[in-house]
Design a protein around this ligand. Structure first.
Ligand code: F3S
Length: 390
């Protein structure tokens, strides 16, 4: 792997022990995956921020580091809303440890914006190379924006943030971004983001880690977000194309892509509907990935002047929630809560429910294992109706 003279100096420890260790991580990764060189990155999104997932050893490792990030970097969701953790029922012992994790990241220069939707906070453009960790964010970056990122682990994303580069392999290379399997969607109605979550849930199981291309759908950005997040959870899809919609698919068409030669899997409306079933639920959670402004607006419209009968939790990035105080106010007037910084699966505050209703294919896939609860999938309207007891 080619290293320039600065890289060599970092590796020799001339810029301190932490940078040396970070360079070592990146070089090791590059060698494993056959990278010929590094590529500069414009941003990083670092997983391993919830104390629930990193625990004592992760915190100690973070505390041992002494350097500053070289590019804008944000965090994945943490285990609690930073200011309102008591309201969510988080034990103070957990909150102390979670705050210690945040302080460790702050010392490294990481912005304490804790979200799986960094694209709502920092501008990322087509063709940018980035080092993001969270699977739905990676999918959105690659597929919807047309940026280039592999799915980084927490340490490799942090190493890339500190060095400002990442090994040039995998989805950074155009040749690895070609579709490998086609999905034809044959459904009369696919109008809700949760329908796209269901399609993603089904397609991810079939696609595994291949790059899929979809035909027969015309999703908007929130629906693309739901589709990609679910595929990243039920499979390991880090990049997908929707024919004529996602940016790389247009480039592929211009270059003569022929998807008729690919294995083609059909998903029907009946298969999609079969994922949705009626069941009594204890709580409702929306915002996996974190809600956009449009999604908050839809939820606020459905809740206006009404009162929830069971816990209804809405998850959003701090930057998005705080930019929309009226929508958050309308939602919270109903008794629902808008939680910043945290998420359904990495917060211990979600661990005491028996059945949780979600509008997300990704949450539907993760809730059983990560929260120890049964998951029910519904559209946003159905989720709100369940919370209102309608
Ligand atoms: Fe985001 Fe947590 Fe869902 S990180 S995608 S809200 S599982």
């Amino acid at each position: 792997m080619y290293l320039d003279s600065e890289d060599e100096k970092i590796l020799a420890g001339e810029y301190g022990e932490t940078r040396r260790k970070m360079m070592e991580i990146l070089v090791a990764l590059g060698k494993v995956f056959g990278a010929e060189k590094f590529v500069p990155i414009t941003s990083a999104q670092v997983a391993g921020a919830s104390y629930k997932t990193i625990g004592k050893w992760g915190l100690e490792w973070l505390r041992s580091l002494d350097a500053r990030v070289a590019v804008p970097a944000v965090l994945n969701p943490i285990g609690m809303p930073r200011e309102r953790w008591q309201e969510m029922g988080i034990p103070s012992d957990f909150a102390d440890k979670q705050n210690a994790v945040l302080q460790a990241y702050r010392r490294l220069g990481v912005k304490l914006e804790c979200t799986c939707t960094p694209y709502y906070i920092n501008r990322t453009s087509y063709g940018d190379h980035v080092a993001w960790s969270e699977s739905s964010a990676v999918s959105y970056a690659n597929s919807v924006i047309g940026a280039r990122t592999n799915r980084e682990g927490g340490p490799s994303a942090l190493a890339a943030a500190i060095i400002g580069k990442t090994p040039y392999y995998g989805l950074h290379l155009w040749e690895n971004r070609m579709p490998q399997v086609a999905f034809r969607i044959e459904a009369e109605e696919t109008v809700h983001a949760s329908h796209y979550g269901a399609i993603g849930y089904l397609a991810g199981k079939e696609a595994g880690n291949r790059v899929p291309i979809f035909t027969g759908i015309r999703p908007n950005r929130d629906q693309l977000k739901a589709l990609g997040a679910a595929m990243a959870a039920s499979g390991a899809v880090a990049l997908y194309h929707v024919d004529g919609i996602t940016p790389d698919s247009r480039v592929l068409r211009e270059r003569g892509m022929d998807i008729s030669v690919l294995e083609t899997i059909t998903i029907t409306g009946e298969e999609i509907e079969a994922i949705f079933k009626e069941q009594t639920v204890d709580a409702v959670a929306i915002g996996c990935p974190h809600c956009s402004e449009d999604e908050l607006e839809e939820i606020a419209g459905l809740l206006k002047g009404k009162t929830v009968k069971i816990p209804l939790y809405i998850f959003a990035a701090r930057g998005v929630a705080q930019a929309n105080p009226n929508l958050v106010g309308t939602i919270e007037m109903s008794g629902a809560k808008v939680w910043e910084d945290t998420c359904i699966v990495v917060s211990p505050g979600m661990d005491h429910f028996g059945t949780i209703m979600v509008n997300s294919g990704k949450a539907f896939a993760y809730v059983p294992n990560m929260c120890g609860a049964a998951a029910v999938l519904g559209s946003t309207e159905e989720c709100i109706a369940a919370a209102l007891g309608e």
